[in-house]
Each structure stands twice: as structure tokens, then as C-alpha cells.
Design a protein around this ligand. Sequence first.
Ligand code: BG6
Length: 513
Amino acid sequence: MTPDSHSQPVFDLGARLSRTPPPAAIVIFGASGDLARRKLLPALYSLALQQLLAPEMTIIGVAQRELTDEQFHEQMRQAIVTHGSQASVDDDIWEGFSRRLRYLSADFSDPTTYERIRDTLIALPHAHHQFGNRLFYLATAPKFFPIIAEGLGDAGLAEEAPNAFSRIVIEKPFGNDLESSRALNRRLGAVFQETQTFRIDHYLGKETVQNLLVLRFANAIFEPIWNRRYVDHVQITVAEDLGMENRGAYYDQSGALRDIVQNHIFQVLSLIAMEPPARFDSRSVHDEKVKVLRAIPAITAEDASDSAVRGQYRSGFIAGEPVLGYREETGVPEGSNTETFVAMRLTVENWRWAGTPFYLRTGKRLPRRTTEVAVQFKPAPHLPFAHTVAETTAPNLLILRIQPDEGASLRFSAKVPGPRVDIRDVSMDFQYGNAFLTPSAEAYERLLLDALLGDSTLFARWDEVERGWEIVDELLSLWATTAIPAANYAAGAWGPKEADALVRRDGREWRRL
Ligand code: BG6
């Protein structure tokens, strides 16, 4: 097949994926923890399997637990079998992979830890340490983030040798509010430059989230109608059927607004609403995203109850099984008022979007796990079909399904076969699984690879994180000053009735999912 003469390379997503990063030492703090076992090691193994890791790559796990290298290998092999995308571990690949996997038992608060890490890095056989490239991955409890960064700085490990890199990858949460995130950023920034800092938002590693950019900016048909003149409103839903899963103590300090809205939903919103970047590089993309967040007006005390609803689940049923209410979950204090559901109405006050509402909702213990963006267009201005049942048709709707059942569909009106002009809604559907034979890479594979390649496009830049906290902080402080408890909803329902009222006030409805 010859390439279409009109086709031109727009993005280098594929090209970047095929690049192998230079050899480096990857140091994972919190290596015996959940994230390392469930996501990081399986992702690194999968990269090795795809031959995307240089053979000299060394991975050093650091955690408090006392483990020998052999015990660590065994645990990681088990983790890869349990959580990886491959059904089994390939013995040959594992042999090479595990030879480069080390373990260091250490106390993160002890300054000598960082000297030991430095000595270990220096002592790596030359072939394993060439170029002095280092990637420090902080998969620990957040309280250790600044301690580890400063320990690395004091041991001289943040300095970059000529032609070598030293980078730090930070998991969420990046602070717990505006003030603590600024304090954390100041401490990190005193050691690592912004260009060395990679703030993870795993939503950006999802293929379908990246596809939002490709759909918008690699197709000519969407952009002309992607604005207030044609779009009636946008709904972003991040629904989970899971409850606390033993994370009650953490979650109670967080709540849905901090856990999902401040990061994942704002990232998706900014990709949906941003102006086309001139280039698909980190700076251009971040510059456009942050402009969107800055165009969201502050929520004031007057409009707080019209703009946001918080809810908390009580006991109920998920898939026919009875489940506990939030306050009965392990680790959750008895009278907790933490929200497990948020619905919001935001606007983006710029020329493209002024007056177009963006409705956001997220919650735990909703009927099912689904994440999507629905762009609802305005109705046709005039229907010239007299004596038809055209009134029953709905306006065009573009649904971008992020997970599960990844894909997109467009709803439009069609004529029902027959002698009359009856009109019905039909939908044109694209499903990732059917269209492409290769399964999507795990978000962490893509993000680890990009961090090793030094590409921060799919990471959160500080100004985005800060603006996200500004918006969320305003709402949190308004909530803190009202005595009104979070509205409750039965587990297995689509949030409290107040969330329906939030959209109905504008004459709209949440999509039924
Ligand atoms: C995490 C939140 O960031 O994202 C969790 O802390 C949430 O509470 C998870 O369950 C959802 O991620 P995903 O990829 O399953 O949609």
C-alpha cells in the first residue's frame, strides 16, 4: 500500500515509543510497596520484553524492609506474574532482567542511606553505569518526598554530570492543598530543576487520554466545531465501583476532590479544552493546558452550591452484592464528612468556551467503573421535516470512552427505513480492541519510558498542579465553612440527587451510563 500523498506526520508518539532510552540506573524508593509491585516492576519487565530497555539498565529497589537480593527477585517475579500483562514470565528475559535488579534495605530519613546509594551507583560495573544517568522514582508515602529529594541532593546525586541526567519522578499526591503543594515544590525545587522533575499523573499515560489529542489535532473535522458556537456542554465522568479497598485511612484525608478532580479530571479537561499547540512538545502542550486552567473562574461563596455537590456513600449493593457504607470502611473515622463523590459545573472563560458548561463527576461505589468524556453538540437550528417524529431525536453527541471498552462513538440522526421520513438516533462506533490488534500499553510503561527519554509532555508541570490546587482549595475552604454534611447516596447509585439538580438547573441531564 502506498502512503496517502496527503498524509503527513503530525505526532511522533509511535516513533518515540520505538526509541530505546539510554542506559541508566533506576532507583525505586518504596520498592517493596504496592505501587512498585502492581505497576512499576511489571511495566519495567514489559519494557525489557519489548527490548525497550538498554541491556545495561540497572534497577535498584530501596525500601525499609530487610530483604536479600534473592528474596527481592522472588517477590518481584511473583508480582510480575500476578500483575503484569503477560500470562507468564519468559525465563530468558527474566534471567537478564533479574541480573540487573538489586535491593537496598534502608531508612529514608537516615542521611547515610544516600551515601550508600551513591556508593552503590559508583560501584556498579562500568557497563552498568556508563554515562551516569539516574532516574529516582519516589513510590513512597508522600511524607518522604522532600526527605528523599534532600537526601539525594546532599549526597550530590541530583547533580548532572556532563551529558548525563539525574531525574526525579514523583507520584501523587503532590501536596494535600495549595500551601502544602507549594511547600513541597519549594523543597524539591531547591534540589532538582523543573526540567529534572517528572510529576506523575497516570491518566496521561493512558492511550485513550493521549488519543484525545490525536482525535482533536490530527483530524480536520472536529476543530472547526470544537467551541461555544457548536458545543452545548461537555460531561467528564470518572466513575468507580470500588470502595476503599483498605485505603480508608489515606482516602479520608483526601476525598474525591483531591484524589481525582485536582489531578486526573483537570488533566483530561485541559486536553479537551486547550488550544491547538503549535508543536507536540512538552513546553507547547503544557503552555496551552495551563491557560485552560487559568481561564476557570474562582468558585465564590454565592455560587458554591450551584457549582459543586459533594456526596458520601452509605451501604448499598454493587453488582447485586451488599457493600458497606463509607463510614463503616476500615480506617474511616466514625463521623467522617469526607466526600466520596463530587459533581461540579465549571466554565472556561475564553473566546473558545465562554458560557459553555463543563460538568465533572467522580465517585466511589458508583454502579460501574467507567471513564468518559461526552461532548454534546447544540441541536440543529431548524428541522425541515414536517409531519415526522423528528422531535424525538437528540442532538449530536461525541463520546470518548477512556476506560473500559476504549473507543469513541458519534451519535447522529438517521432516517428509519420506510415510506415516511421518521428519524432516529444511531451511532457510529470505533473500538480500540477491534481497530488495532496490539493491546494498549500500560500507562506506567509509557510514563517510565518517557521519563527515561526526558520527555515530560505526559507529566504534570508545576504551574498546572498549582492552578489545580487553587481551584480545589477555594472549594474546600467554602465547604469547610459550611456545616452542611456531604449528601449521601446509596452504594450502587449514581451519586446523590443533588448532583442531578446541579445539571437540571441548566435544563440538562447527566448521561446514563
Ligand atoms: C488514583 C486514585 O489516582 O486513581 C484512586 O488515588 C483511583 O483512588 C485511581 O482508584 C483510579 O485510576 P484508574 O486508572 O483505575 O482509573
